[in-house]
Structure formats: structure tokens, C-alpha cells
Design a protein around this ligand. Structure first.
Ligand SMILES: C[S@@+](CC[C@H](N)C(=O)[O-])C[C@H]1O[C@@H](n2cnc3c(N)ncnc32)[C@H](O)[C@@H]1O
Length: 296
């Protein structure tokens, strides 16, 4: 057999072995690493590789993103402890870990998600008494295609929450769902309450970054880089767009500035801070755009 073919086969076998090895290495690393965590106790809760979802698989990336949102929560919460935090699309609990220092004994963290499996995981993994996890029977073509298509309010009392969070959730909602559930944020927040919601906002920064949006090899090792180009209307919407790689529009949703203005107008929430995301190939706080909203 020619050397080149042998070499290719050896490389393919090595890569396959590395993939298989990763869950095992992760388990050994996490167990060892936990013993060395001195100052950031809550990150001991980071799940094992098979249970890290939400588009972030690496342990390091979970720890990094937990820290970003822990900082934002600290900045935005008026009550630094005993806060009631509602996390929409909680996945396997990344923001539950960021929220832990602020919930304390008097507060609560409620994670809601359409994925039954993730909610079952959260119930077994986060055993605090004031942590609640709710499976929400609503269809999302990407995550829970066969559930009920009927939009209904969250099972949460009006005016009961200090904070609503949604990390990478409105980036998976159609226009209809996005509007309905943005109004829900306003309903469940108390007066003066805040929300931290991430988006792909298609604004002038996005437009001006399009020329830099080609794959940039060599800058980082082993990048799985995707070109985030939202050029296909999602369900004939004028303001909600998806990408050419999406099988369902909900796989990746970007919203125009006019779409965001519609959400703000309909809900009555005010936009108090806009952190541009680094997905637009600009330095940013987080990958997606992070919007801070307030109920006046
Ligand atoms: C990209 S994941 C993010 C998960 C988690 N927030 C994180 O960052 O690790 C999107 C999550 O939103 C959930 N989701 C999608 N549509 C939803 C809806 N209408 N209501 C609640 N959760 C939803 C999905 O099931 C999925 O867990």
C-alpha cells in the first residue's frame, strides 16, 4: 500500500481514537480538577462531557461562559442574594451554576426547557432545595419537534422574578414564538426587574463585518468555524432570518434591529445595555450579542 494512503489511515484512526478518549479523559480530569478548585466553588457543578449541552462541549468553555454570566448577573441584580431567577431554555443548567451565588437561601432558581431529557438531568444533578426544573411541553423544530405547537404562558406567577435569563434561546425562536415569549418576560418580572437575553442581532455592525466573515485559518488551532450569515428569511418573516446551513430555521435565528424594536415595543421592556457579540468578528463580552432589559 502506498505510504500516503497508510499515513491518511493512521491519521484517521488517531483522530477517531482521540474522540473516543475525550469522554474518559474528561471524567478523570474533572474528578482531579475539582479537588484543586479553591475559590470558585460553584464550578464544581459543571456536568460531565455527555451532559454538557447548549452548543458548548468543552469543560473550559463552560467555566468561561459561567464566569461571564456570573459577572453580568452580579452587575444587573439589585438584590445580590436571595434573588428569584428564571432561566428559560436552561439546557443542562449552565446558568444555574452562574446563578448559584445570588440565589442563596431566600431566593430561587427556576429552569424551564422544552427538552425533557435535559430537565430530567437537571433534576438529578442540582439537588438544592430552592432549584426547580420544569419541562415545558412546547414544540421547537430543532429541539422538541413533536411537542405541542400551542403557545402558552410559562407556569410562573406574574411579577415574581428579579431576573429572567435566556442564553442562546431567542437564537432558536421563530418570530411568532419570540414575540409571545418576550411578552412573557415582561409579565413574570417584578417592577425594576431585569432580563439578560442573548441574540444574533443583524445590525450595522453585522453588515460591516460581512467582508471579514470568511474562514480565517491559522489564527486558532482546530477551529470549527462557521460563517454566521443570516440571509434566508425564516418563515417569510421580514425581520427573522436563518443561515444556509440550517435544516430548520430554528437551528440558528438572527433578528434585525427593526425586529428587536418590535419586541421592545410589544413587551414594554426597555433596553438598558447592548453588548455586541464576538460572532461579528469584533471583540465582545460573549459570543452572541447580550442584551440587558428592564421592566420599568
Ligand atoms: C442552545 S441551547 C442553550 C441551553 C442553555 N441555555 C445553555 O446555554 O447551555 C437552547 C435551549 O433552548 C431550549 N428551548 C428552545 N425553545 C425553547 C422554548 N420555546 N422554551 C424553552 N426552552 C426552549 C432548547 O431545548 C435548548 O435546551
Amino acid at each position: 500500500m502506498p505510504f500516503v494512503i497508510l499515513h491518511r489511515k493512521a491519521v484517521a484512526a488517531y483522530l477517531k481514537m482521540k474522540q473516543k478518549l475525550f469522554p474518559w479523559l474528561d471524567r478523570v480530569f474533572r474528578d482531579t480538577d475539582r479537588k484543586h478548585i479553591r475559590r470558585t466553588k460553584n464550578i464544581r457543578l459543571i456536568p460531565a462531557y455527555p451532559d454538557r449541552r447548549g452548543g458548548k462541549l468543552s469543560y473550559a468553555e463552560w467555566a468561561h461562559v459561567i464566569g461571564i454570566f456570573q459577572t453580568l448577573l452580579y452587575q444587573e441584580l439589585t438584590k445580590k442574594t436571595g434573588a428569584n431567577i428564571l432561566d428559560i431554555g436552561c439546557g443542562t443548567g449552565l446558568l444555574g451554576i452562574s446563578s448559584e451565588p445570588f440565589v442563596g437561601d431566600g431566593g430561587s432558581y427556576t429552569g424551564i426547557d422544552v427538552m425533557k431529557e435535559d430537565i430530567e438531568f437537571c433534576k438529578s444533578h442540582y439537588s438544592f432545595q430552592n432549584y426547580h426544573f420544569v419541562h415545558f411541553d412546547l414544540a421547537n423544530p430543532t429541539y422538541a419537534g413533536s411537542q405541542s405547537p400551542e403557545l402558552k404562558p410559562w407556569p410562573v406567577s406574574s411579577g415574581s422574578q428579579d431576573m429572567v435569563t435566556a442564553l442562546s434561546v431567542w437564537t432558536h425562536l421563530s418570530e411568532k414564538d419570540a414575540i409571545f415569549y418576550f411578552d412573557e418576560i415582561a409579565r413574570v418580572l417584578r417592577k425594576g426587574g431585569k432580563a439578560i437575553i442573548t441574540f444574533f442581532i443583524l445590525d450595522e455592525v453585522y453588515e460591516s463585518s460581512l467582508s471579514r466573515r470568511s474562514k480565517a485559518p491559522g489564527r486558532y488551532h482546530n477551529t470549527n468555524q462557521v460563517d454566521w450569515i443570516f440571509n434566508k428569511s425564516a418563515y417569510q418573516s421580514k425581520n427573522w432570518f436563518t443561515t444556509p446551513f440550517a435544516h430548520h430555521p430554528e437551528d440558528a435565528i438572527g433578528v434585525t434591529r427593526a425586529g428587536l424594536d418590535m419586541l421592545l415595543k410589544s413587551s414594554g421592556l426597555s433596553l438598558t445595555q447592548f453588548y455586541q457579540g464576538n460572532w461579528k468578528e469584533n471583540p465582545g463580552v460573549f459570543f452572541q450579542d447580550v442584551l440587558i432589559l428592564k421592566k420599568d
